[in-house]
Design a protein around this ligand. Structure first.
Ligand SMILES: O=C(O)CCC(=O)C(=O)O
Length: 277
C-alpha cells in the first residue's frame, strides 16, 4: 500500500519503538501564528486557561482546523488507516524556569482504549532537553502496564498528577527534541515523562489524540470527531467542532463533552477535568 506521508522505515520505527522520530507538520511561521492565537486567548480569557486542558479543539477554532489538517491526517492515516476519529486536543504548557514537569507514566493507566491511541505531540515553541521536551522509554509500549498512583503535586502538568509506583529500567530513556512546527507521535502505552523547563521561553506542546473508528473505549460511550473517512462502527458519539468563533460561546458546548470524560476516565478519582473546575 502506498503511504501518504511516512516512509516504511518511519512506520516500522513507530511499531517497534512506540514513537515516531521528529517530523515537520507546520512551517515555523505557521507554528508562530498558532502560538500567537493561543496566547491571545490566554490574555483575553485568563480564567478560561483550564479549558485548554482537555478538548481544546472544541474551544479554539484554530485548533479544530489544525486537527483536520490534511498533512497531519495523511501522517495519522499511514499509522491507523483511512477512517479516523479525533478524540481530544490538550495543551501542555510549562512556564520558563519553573518546576512544572510530568512524572513517568503510561496513558493506558487511565485511558482504557483498544487497540491504542496515537498521540501527536506538536511543538509550538522549542521543545528540547533544556526546556523539558517529551522523554520516552523506547519499546515500553510492548511491555506491561505498570502500577500508577494519583498525586497532588501542584507542579505536575498531568491531569491527575499521576506517576508510576514500580521500579523500572530508565537507562534507555530518549529525549524527543522538536523545533516549533515539528511533531512526534506516541503510542499511548509508552512510558513517558518530561523534566522542568530550564529555558527562558515557555514550552508549549499540543497533544492531539487520534484513533481508528474501529477503536473500542471502555465505559460509557465517549464523544469524538470524525475527521477523515467513514464511521461504520458507531463506538463513539460523533461531535462537531466549536459552535462559534467566539471561545466564550464554546464553553457550554465543551462542558458536555468534559462531563462524559468525567464519567469515562475519572471514576473514583479525586481529580476532574480542569475545564469543569
Ligand atoms: O507534555 C508533556 O511534557 C507530557 C504530557 C503528557 O505526558 C500527558 O499529558 O500525558
Amino acid at each position: 500500500m502506498p503511504t501518504k506521508f511516512l516512509s516504511p522505515a518511519q512506520i516500522e520505527h513507530f511499531s517497534r519503538h512506540g514513537f515516531l522520530p521528529p517530523v515537520r507538520i507546520l512551517d515555523e511561521s505557521e507554528a508562530q501564528a498558532l502560538r500567537a492565537q493561543v496566547e491571545q486567548f490566554e490574555t483575553n480569557y485568563p480564567k478560561l486557561k483550564g479549558q485548554l486542558d482537555f478538548k481544546a479543539n472544541l474551544i479554539l477554532p484554530c485548533i479544530d482546523r489544525l486537527s483536520r489538517d490534511s498533512r497531519l491526517l495523511d501522517l495519522i492515516e499511514d499509522l491507523l488507516g483511512p477512517d479516523l476519529l479525533h478524540w481530544n486536543s490538550t495543551f501542555r504548557i510549562k512556564e520558563p524556569k519553573t518546576r512544572q514537569h510530568a512524572a513517568w507514566h503510561q496513558d493506558t493507566a487511565y485511558i482504557k482504549l483498544k487497540p491504542f491511541l496515537s498521540i501527536c505531540w506538536l511543538a509550538l515553541s522549542s521543545a528540547n532537553s533544556k526546556s523539558g521536551c517529551l522523554r520516552v522509554i523506547p519499546g515500553s509500549h510492548l511491555g506491561p502496564l505498570l502500577g500508577h498512583s494519583e498525586g497532588n503535586d501542584p507542579d505536575s502538568i498531568l491531569s491527575r498528577a499521576q506517576y508510576i509506583t514500580e521500579v523500572f529500567d530508565q537507562s534507555g530513556a530518549v529525549d524527543i527534541e522538536l523545533a516549533p512546527g515539528e511533531a512526534t507521535v506516541i503510542n499511548h502505552a509508552i512510558i513517558h515523562a518530561s523534566n522542568p523547563n530550564q529555558s527562558d521561553d515557555r514550552r508549549i506542546g499540543l497533544l492531539m489524540d487520534y484513533l481508528p473508528t474501529s477503536a473500542v473505549k471502555e465505559g460509557p460511550r465517549d464523544t469524538a470527531i470524525l475527521v477523515r473517512g467513514e464511521d461504520h462502527f458507531g463506538h463513539f458519539a460523533l461531535e462537531t467542532g466549536p459552535v462559534s468563533d467566539d471561545p466564550l460561546k464554546n464553553v457550554e458546548h465543551q462542558r458536555r463533552s468534559l462531563e462524559v470524560i468525567t464519567e469515562t476516565m475519572y471514576e473514583h478519582s479525586q481529580h476532574k477535568p480542569k475545564g469543569l473546575s
